[in-house]
Design a protein around this ligand. Structure first.
Ligand code: GMT
Length: 377
């Protein structure tokens, strides 16, 4: 199949998922075309069946905001026609599903019928999409996609609760490519440079937005380090980083909290981690938690959104109510102070992560593509 993929090319989980999906589809022999504002960060190879088309937005003094959707829909029309694509798969509804719908309409006038698959990722529904400024357009885009998928049952339920949806929404979970994961095992682990052998390593990875409740990560670690020799690795960047750095300084633990910034080597960091903390306010899936589990790291998370579908209470980690740092501290120490338990949870996390292996998930997307092509065109 010839598949066009639209996503945010930066460090968010939706962009990571879309990129890895595209690369995996290309490896299976499909022709994949990324249509994005920059080359996606995890896009590692471009070959004879994997292409990247950049969407340019011209600066013009009259524009207060650059009309990205317009440029994207025009580019989609161009790429679909030139490469005779069979299908467009857009990740994150805003504004991608809307731009794809416009492209479909423009192509329709030229006699080209292109099906649109929209994958909902989370904040495009829960935080941003349902805002009155965007709701009508997001609802319209979802209802006018040929197929809609959501990355968890929880997100599907949220979508049906927040919008009036006539379309069916299928759940296809996010996935992990264990082959890629293997590249970073053992020798590549960065432990020597980041933590001593007698220190436990606690990790948090996110885009440091308010929804991630970064202060809770620091508060939980502050209590952990009083009882267990440990380091906290903070991976990523975003608006809450400075506040978090100040908080760690105020608590007098700045030498034990390493802010590593955005990294292309998350797996290299995760492979030396003993515990992962994700205290988010809301999380449709929690790809960061799954990546941690795939690197044998148990997860201390909240029980919000899709997290209970990924992190199993008392098996792969523990889940607490949003903001209940006392419970998170208790659960973290329960694991960190008992080497045998910790090892058991590490094994469980790794084993359960295999339920989300790319080998299990990729065929589900291929089936969706085949179904929509058969139905639609
Ligand atoms: O809001 C973010 O954290 C970014 C967003 C994205 O665009 O990647 O993340 C959402 O999609 C991820 C991939 O499907 C999910 O793993 C995240 O849970 C989801 N974030 C939220 O729901 C807050």
């Amino acid at each position: 199949m010839k598949i066009g993929i639209v996503c945010y090319p930066t460090y968010g989980g939706s962009g990571v998922m879309a990129t890895e999906l595209g690369m995996a589809l290309a490896k299976k022999g499909h022709e994949v075309h990324f249509v994005t504002s920059h080359q996606p960060v995890r896009l590692e190879f471009l070959g004879s069946n994997l292409f990247f088309h950049e969407v340019f937005v011209e600066e013009y003094p009259l524009f207060h905001y650059q009309p990205y959707e317009l440029a994207l829909s025009s580019k989609l029309v161009e790429v679909v026609e030139k490469y005779e694509l069979d299908i467009l798969h857009v990740h994150y509804a805003i504004p991608h599903a809307y731009a794809a719908y416009m492209a479909k309409k423009m192509l329709g006038q030229k006699g080209v019928d292109i099906p649109i698959v929209t994958t909902l990722h989370g904040t495009d529904i829960t935080l941003v999409g349902s805002h009155p400024f965007y709701k009508t357009a997001v609802e319209f885009s979802i209802n006018n996609s040929d197929v809609v998928t959501a990355v968890s049952e929880s997100l599907r339920t949220d979508t049906l609760r927040l919008f009036t949806i006539y379309n069916k929404i299928s759940v296809i979970y996010n996935f992990i490519d264990f082959e890629y994961q293997k590249n970073w095992e053992d020798d590549d682990c960065l432990r020597i440079s980041l933590a001593r052998d007698d220190e436990k390593v606690i990790t948090h990875v996110s885009n440091f937005r308010p929804v991630k409740r970064i202060d809770d990560v620091i508060s939980v670690f502050n209590e952990i380090q009083k009882k267990v020799k440990s380091k906290l690795l903070m991976v990523g960047d975003g608006p809450e980083r400075e506040k978090a750095e100040n908080y760690a300084r105020e608590l007098g633990i700045k030498d034990k909290v390493l802010f590593l910034g955005k990294s292309d080597e998350v797996r290299k960091i995760l492979c030396l981690s003993d515990l992962f903390i994700l205290p988010s306010e809301t999380e449709s899936f929690g790809l960061a938690a799954l990546e941690a589990m795939a690197a044998r790291t148990p997860v201390i998370s909240t029980n919000t959104g899709g997290l209970p579908e990924v992190n199993l209470q008392g098996r792969t980690g523990f889940l607490s109510d949003v903001g209940d740092t006392e419970d998170m501290i208790k659960n973290a120490l329960y694991l960190l102070e008992d080497e045998v338990k910790l090892d058991e949870f590490k094994d469980n996390a790794y084993e359960f992560a295999h339920r989300f292996s790319i080998e299990k998930i990729l065929p589900k997307y291929e089936a969706v593509y085949r179904e929509v092509l058969f139905d639609c065109c």
